[in-house]
Design a protein around this ligand. Structure first.
Ligand code: N01
Length: 482
């Protein structure tokens, strides 16, 4: 059973089918495939990873309209992929997984859903990393009488034109939202808790001859994809290997501020206090220009309280507002999904993570949770290139594991605790020198213990090598009973 049909779940379904494993079911709470690209429909939503790299390797798309794709095109691409590979009838849409328990005596999972209960030999949790909106617990927020919604649950019925609007947060979502709505609203207050570095983007429409060439010149798209991949890996040097080289990028960021913001006060406020890359770098050619508009205020005082029609900051200023957009990110290491899986010893993923930290083996399996894979699990995320590269690497591992288990007539596998600990001990020194932990910031990469349990601290091709094949010797296995 696969839980979720975003990029990870859909890709796993397709690859399983291609390897002849067809007795699977995908449970998806939404009405269609697409995951984060189906849910994030806010104005300006798009991908800040270049289009040619942001697709499955087995389903390149020569029809991208721009060098960086807008959300609607990626969503449409995923729907077309689901149709082309004929996996839609393997899905149960509008079905929420509500609990899953490992039944040791049977060597299987019992999975409860809003559409009935199932048993499964293997569970693939592909529920998404950026799937559960973080709605901040600000005093009085529930008493707000205007429109209020999270960036990932955009209310398209709410008209913001000519209204007083507040955007809380200045992460990757906010930098896309703010320039898109600033020209139409009467006033926009952008509440920034932490300033983050913003980099320029070479985003342009593809010309018809280029699209023709992507479609008809053999190997052209693959070559461009490979070049983008290599260029993006250079960020590993600035973030992981030699963080001081990030100073060059910071110079670019400073010049950009000077060129795009006239107001010296706003320029001062947007200057980050951490090293570049510590938080995910923002990419936008329009964000600073939007902040510089006369109808936009950048508020850096902390929010003390939300009232029925206003927001009050800690300096006592009250700003009237008709609508609030919460661009406040997601629950990652503390995802509520982790309360739903109960492992062999009766503890949920959250309870095990509370006790031992949020750790996995090779970012995808974890002791006490037999026959289970977490897509984009602990320390397998990336923040500089296409996550699809990691997703496809993990899919290879999952498919190899399932087919190996069947070939050897095995019922269950569980990673050995020693193997899991040794693996994580190996990550620790690499992580210790990254800018994510030394750069002087907090971010969603860090769990509540302050450990970076989100990102992979090395070149992405090293991760791919690590999960190329299912290493059964790292697992305890049991045979199928006749
Ligand atoms: O969320 P975020 P996001 N009071 O967590 C602030 C991906 N993505 O939705 O920095 C006030 O980055 C918080 O402040 P601080 C991408 O991986 C990709 O923007 O914690 N402010 C921050 O400014 C990205 O990293 C694309 O101090 C509060 C903001 O809210 C991830 O999604 C596009 C607050 C949250 O920023 C998440 O991005 C969009 C509070 N109580 C997103 N709580 C692509 O282009 C939080 N904040 C591929």
């Amino acid at each position: 059973m696969i839980i979720g049909s975003g990029l990870s779940g859909l890709g796993t379904a397709i690859r399983l089918s291609q390897r002849g494993v067809t007795d699977y079911l995908v449970v998806e709470r939404g009405a269609d495939v697409g995951g984060t690209w189906r849910d994030n429909t806010y104005p300006g939503a798009g991908c800040d990873v270049p289009s040619h790299l942001y697709s499955y390797s087995f389903a390149l798309n020569p029809h991208w309209s721009r060098s960086f794709s807008p959300q609607a095109e990626i969503e449409q691409y995923l729907r077309q992929v689901a149709d082309r590979y004929g996996v839609r009838d393997k899905h149960l849409f509008d079905t929420t997984m509500t609990a899953a328990r490992w039944i040791d005596a049977d060597g299987r999972w019992e999975v409860d859903t809003s559409n009935g209960a199932f048993t499964a030999d293997f569970v693939v949790s592909a529920a998404g990393v950026l799937a559960e909106p973080n709605v901040p617990d600000i005093k009085g927020i529930s008493s707000f009488e205007g429109e209020i919604f999270h960036s990932a649950r955009w209310n398209h019925d709410a008209s913001l034109a000519g209204r007083k609007v507040a955007v809380i947060g200045t992460g990757s979502s906010a930098v896309q939202i703010v320039p898109s709505i600033a020209p139409q609203v009467e006033r926009l207050d952008v509440y920034q808790r932490t300033a983050t570095w913003v980099m320029p983007q070479l985003n342009r429409p593809y010309l018809a001859p280029e699209r023709f060439a992507f479609q008809h010149v053999p190997g052209l798209q693959r070559m461009i994809r490979a070049l983008i991949y290599i260029a993006r890996e250079a960020f590993v040097v600035t973030q992981v290997k030699l963080p001081w080289t990030g100073l060059l990028l910071e110079t670019v960021g400073r010049v950009k501020m000077w060129l795009e913001i006239r107001d010296p006060e706003k320029r001062r406020k947007v200057l980050p206090k951490h090293r570049i890359g510590c938080k995910r770098m923002l990419v936008s050619n329009k964000f600073y220009g939007a902040l510089d508009r006369d109808n936009v205020d950048l508020v850096t005082d902390g929010i003390a309280e939300v009232r029925a029609r206003s927001i009050v900051t800690e300096d006592g200023t009250e700003r009237e507002v008709d609508a609030i957009v919460l661009a406040t990110g997601f629950h990652v290491a503390d995802s509520p999904t982790f309360n739903l899986y109960t492992g062999r010893d009766g503890r949920t993923v959250s309870e095990a993570a509370d006790a031992e930290g949020y750790q996995m083996y090779k970012g995808t399996t974890v002791a006490n949770f037999p026959n289970m894979f977490f897509m984009l699990g602990a320390n397998s995320g990336l923040n500089y290139t296409s996550l699809i590269y990691i997703i496809e690497s993990q899919i290879n591992y999952v498919v190899d594991a399932v087919t190996t288990m069947r070939q050897r007539n095995l019922q269950s596998f569980e990673v050995k605790l020693d193997a899991q600990h040794e693996y994580n001990r190996g990550l620790a020194p690499k992580m210790a020198r990254t800018v994510w932990v030394t750069g002087g910031c907090t971010s969603w990469f860090l769990d509540k213990h302050g450990n970076n349990s989100a990102l992979w601290p090395d070149f992405s091709f090293r991760y791919r090598k690590l999960v190329r094949a299912f290493d059964i010797e790292a697992y305890e296995t049991t045979a199928k009973t006749p």
